[in-house]
Design a protein around this ligand. Structure first.
Ligand SMILES: NC(=O)c1ccc[n+]([C@@H]2O[C@H](COP(=O)([O-])OP(=O)(O)OC[C@H]3O[C@@H](n4cnc5c(N)ncnc54)[C@H](O)[C@@H]3O)[C@@H](O)[C@H]2O)c1
Length: 508
């Protein structure tokens, strides 16, 4: 069937209708390529200086596409021509800035295909101070089905995917893997989450996707290259091929090590992240960072490997320990204080429901957190421009507390103290008002998070560790709020540092 109007503009490329039912090898790739072409063209129209390697790679991919005779109901020649035209459009845009200026639409807007929008946009400074409710309590009662599904789009051209939060994640997993065309999947998990992992296997098996569960040990100690080696062998033993997939059902440890295994097995196969801790839902599973530890350091080996999808079910958080749950809240608080008004509102007005793990409020908090993370990942996928560094808000002091305190505070708890410190430092530097600093403290307290450095940690030791932080080059480097939102601040004054350290209980 001929393509009636052969598309060349981004909007037309995105709207190509492929007929279902006729599938051939390469269909998925070509769809992704066309989306990627649309993104590349949009990007070039928006930002002429962004003539980048990715756009050039798109041209090559579009021209080298191997298509079946009938491609989802479209004639191969027509799709070939479509690819050729998209490639030519990108090439023309790259070659000719003058033409680019002419072709630029009057009011270019990022393309958004799902709710809520997560296309790159400036992060607003922290808005009006809200008064947080006092801590009421925590518990796990009242966890029922989540009312509705919502998703956040992580916009990354051909690697674009969704973070879905809702009540049918197993159905979603089936749909994602069917669309991808996987025949088999290995489900990697840990003993404490075995039952959840089995639900995914059952759903996939029922749709003729063969599965096997592989369990890894609990804790950081399992995040090693030995585990990667073992997982690769299990994948090979089960006959996983290039077009099959792995599912990571667990917290950040399972997600990181499974993602890394997927990045190297067959030089890269698909991974679906099914995070089961709050921290993994709002942070670890999104953004494609995967890793293994070495004796010399945490996360020293790794790769960027984006998932096919991230599927979150807030109901599974019912079985998470209070402390693990609180650690996730530390990261949720970070996203709120990074400038997400809706999330600030949820924490200020609904902290009790959040602590009681009510599914609806959890769903909204996860969606908003994922949207903030997605925005930064989309804008700086490979941590090249420094933007993704903003996701480390509150983390400079947090890492020092974890190191100096020998992990007395868990990561999310240390992040909460780091956020209170960051608020106080920004206030001491007159970048924000004292009320904003107080807001950082009040919201942390409302979530039952610590706001002080553990006793016995000395100022000199914390500063020394912060100087060695991988983000700073000998000096002290922070991400702080200010009149223009989050910004990097190097080497603040001793006086401001002392005021801020004092605010989190460090006096010596
Ligand atoms: N890739 C990234 O961008 C990124 C970001 C942040 C953290 N991380 C990594 O994530 C890891 C920490 O992740 P984490 O905090 O999820 O810890 P974790 O994966 O160790 O999980 C914590 C504990 O909770 C258990 N668990 C998981 N889900 C459960 C559930 N629903 N019910 C009951 N128990 C459950 C786990 O078995 C484990 O014992 C670290 O290795 C860190 O480096 C990665």
């Amino acid at each position: 069937m001929p393509v009636e109007a052969r598309p060349t503009t981004p909007a037309e490329l995105r709207n190509v209708k492929f007929k279902s039912g006729v599938r051939g090898y390469g269909a998925q790739e070509v769809e992704a390529m066309l989306l990627s072409a649309a993104s590349a063209i949009e990007h070039l129209l928006r930002d002429p200086a962004g003539a980048n390697a990715q756009a050039r790679a798109n041209i090559r991919d579009l021209r080298n596409a191997e298509l079946p005779d009938v491609f989802r109901g479209l004639n191969r020649d027509d799709v070939n021509e479509m690819c050729e035209r998209a490639a030519a459009t990108i090439q023309r845009l790259l070659a000719n800035e003058a033409q680019l200026e002419k072709a630029r639409p009057a009011d270019p807007k990022p393309v958004v295909t799902s709710e809520p929008a997560v296309a790159p946009e400036p992060v607003a400074p922290v808005a009006a101070v809200r008064v947080a409710r006092p801590l009421i309590g925590s518990g796990t009662e009242g966890l029922g089905a989540v009312a509705s599904r919502q998703s956040v789009r992580v916009a990354l051209g051909a690697r674009t995917y969704h973070v879905a939060v809702g009540n049918d994640p197993t159905g979603e997993a089936v749909s994602v893997l069917q669309t991808y065309g996987a025949r088999k999947a290995v489900v990697v998990t840990q003993p404490s989450i075995r039952a959840t992992a089995q639900q995914y296997c059952d759903a996939l098996n029922a749709h003729n996707i063969e599965t096997v569960v592989v369990e890894i040990a609990d804790g950081e100690a399992a995040k090693t290259l030995v585990t990667v080696d073992d997982l690769c062998r299990q994948l090979a033993k089960f006959g996983i091929l290039r077009r099959d997939a792995v599912l990571a059902v667990g917290g950040g440890v399972v997600g990181d090590i499974t993602g890394f295994t997927a990045s190297v097995y067959y030089r890269g196969i698909a991974v679906v992240q099914v995070p089961t801790t709050l921290l993994a839902m709002v942070d670890a599973a999104i953004g494609g960072k995967t890793a293994a530890n070495l004796p010399q350091g945490k996360n020293l080996v790794g790769a960027f490997h984006q998932p096919l999808a991230v599927l979150c079910d807030p109901c599974v958080l019912a079985s998470l320990s209070d402390r693990e749950f609180r650690c996730g809240l530390g990261e949720v608080l970070k996203y709120a204080l990074m400038g997400d008004d809706q999330l600030l509102g949820i924490i200020a007005d609904e902290s009790a429901a959040l602590l009681a793990r009510e599914p609806d409020v959890l769903r909204r908090a996860i969606i908003r957190s994922a949207a903030v993370k997605a925005r930064f990942v989309s804008a700086d996928e490979l941590e090249r421009t420094g933007l993704r560094e903003h996701l480390n808000y509150g983390h400079t002091l947090a890492h020092a507390i974890e190191t100096a305190g020998d992990h007395v505070l868990a990561h999310g708890e240390a992040v909460a103290v780091g956020l209170v410190f960051a608020g106080a430092l920004a206030s001491a530097l007159e970048r924000v008002t004292p009320e904003i600093a107080e807001q950082h403290r009040a919201l942390a307290l409302s979530l039952g998070l610590p706001v002080s450095v553990p006793e016995g940690l000395r100022r000199s030791e914390l500063i020394e560790i912060m100087r060695r932080d991988k983000k700073s080059v000998g000096g002290l480097r922070f991400v702080l709020q200010g009149p223009n939102g989050l910004e990097r601040v190097d080497d603040p004054s001793q006086l401001a540092l002392d005021v801020a350290l004092n605010a989190v209980g460090v006096t010596n």
